[in-house]
Design a protein around this ligand. Structure first.
Ligand code: PHE
Length: 336
């Protein structure tokens, strides 16, 4: 009795395995699986038949059924995985994009005007022998102010509309108001001579207008070497202006005050219409700043400058409102 039951089952399984191996897609496979293993399938029938066997025959019959089922399960799993692989390959093939030809209607983007300016200025200064330094945008009060000779309570602090960050001791963490803290980080990390620039984003609690933004971009320069003078500073400014604009502009240094430089100056460029445009600040690095950075002011002298990259781009491209640069209007951006 058991033998004939198992023989029949074996024959059904062989037939089903052959059908499984020949299934042409996942749907066909599913149909075969259901007809073999479903409620009306031959396995259910075989299990029911076991109930009618003598008790001593049941164990062998049950084992035989389990083995037969394992054979069929394995065949189904193998076919399923093969069909899935080829279905995926067919899908990839049908979704293939031809990227070798860009259609004439596609518009090709480009870097933002500020990014272009940033990269061009890096190239200009690297060409002059400077290296590029970086510092964090979230800065300590010490790097941004104290170390730059602006101790707590110093009136110059009020000139920077600082945005403080809720972190650590109140007032200890801020969004850097200028790129000058990178001077300090560089001095603490490197031995002079030092020739670096530090382009980066800076933040002030400022209302946006034609020449101001609460978030803008500065480029800091720092040179520390023996016998550096104001003449070297003026020469560096003229050289980079000529390299960036591709021509010379008359430039002038106007006396000014910064706590971290002495003497300090503002540098202006003369525009074609004769008017002077304020570009940034500069000066000989104050001995207190050099000392804070571990540099001996008796042995080394230094100059530094910092200007707004956005303003420089404004002048180069004749844009008259800084806000246009950050409004992300495609019609504006596509022009550069
Ligand atoms: N940090 C100054 C500012 O943001 C600019 C500056 C840099 C002035 C270096 C002197 C030297 O206004």
């Amino acid at each position: 009795m058991t033998d004939s039951l198992l023989d029949d089952l074996q024959a059904s399984v062989s037939e089903a395995v052959a059908a499984v191996d020949g299934a042409s897609d996942l749907e066909a496979l599913d149909t075969i699986e259901r007809s073999a293993l479903g409620k009306k399938g031959f396995f259910t029938a075989a299990k029911k038949a076991v109930g009618g066997l003598e008790p001593d025959e049941r164990k062998a019959a049950g084992q035989g059924i389990n083995e037969a089922k394992a054979t069929l399960d394995q065949a189904i799993a193998a076919r399923k995985s093969a069909l899935q692989t080829s279905a995926r390959a067919a899908q990839y093939e049908s979704e293939r994009l031809d990227l070798t030809e860009v259609p004439a209607t596609a518009s090709v983007g480009h870097a933002h005007i500020v990014t272009q300016t940033w990269e061009e200025l890096e190239d200009v200064f690297v060409g002059m022998g400077f290296r590029v330094a970086e510092g964090p945008q979230v800065e300590t009060d010490w790097h941004n102010f104290d170390a730059m000779n602006i101790p707590k309570g110093h009136p110059a602090r009020d000139g920077f509309d600082t945005i403080y960050v809720n972190h650590g001791e109140p007032g200890s963490t801020l969004l850097r108001t200028h790129t000058s803290p990178v001077q300090m980080r560089t001095m603490l990390e490197q031995e002079p001579p030092i020739y670096v620039i530090a382009p980066g984003r800076v933040f002030r609690r400022d209302t946006a207008d034609a020449t101001h933004m609460p978030v803008f971009h500065q480029l800091e320069g720092l040179v520390i070497d023996r016998n550096i003078s104001l003449a070297d500073l003026a020469g560096t400014i003229d050289s980079f202006v000529e390299a960036y604009f591709g021509k010379t502009f008359p430039s002038r240094l106007r006396p000014n005050y910064f706590p971290f430089t002495e003497p300090s100056a503002e540098f202006d460029l003369q525009q074609p219409d004769g008017s002077w445009l304020e570009m940034g600040g500069c000066g000989m690095v104050h001995p207190n700043v050099l000392r804070a950075g571990g540099v001996d002011p008796e042995e080394w002298s230094a100059f530094a400058f910092g200007f707004g990259m956005d303003r420089l781009a404004l002048m180069k491209y004749g844009v008259d409102d800084l806000r246009d640069m950050f409004a992300n209007d495609q019609r504006f951006l596509a022009q550069f």
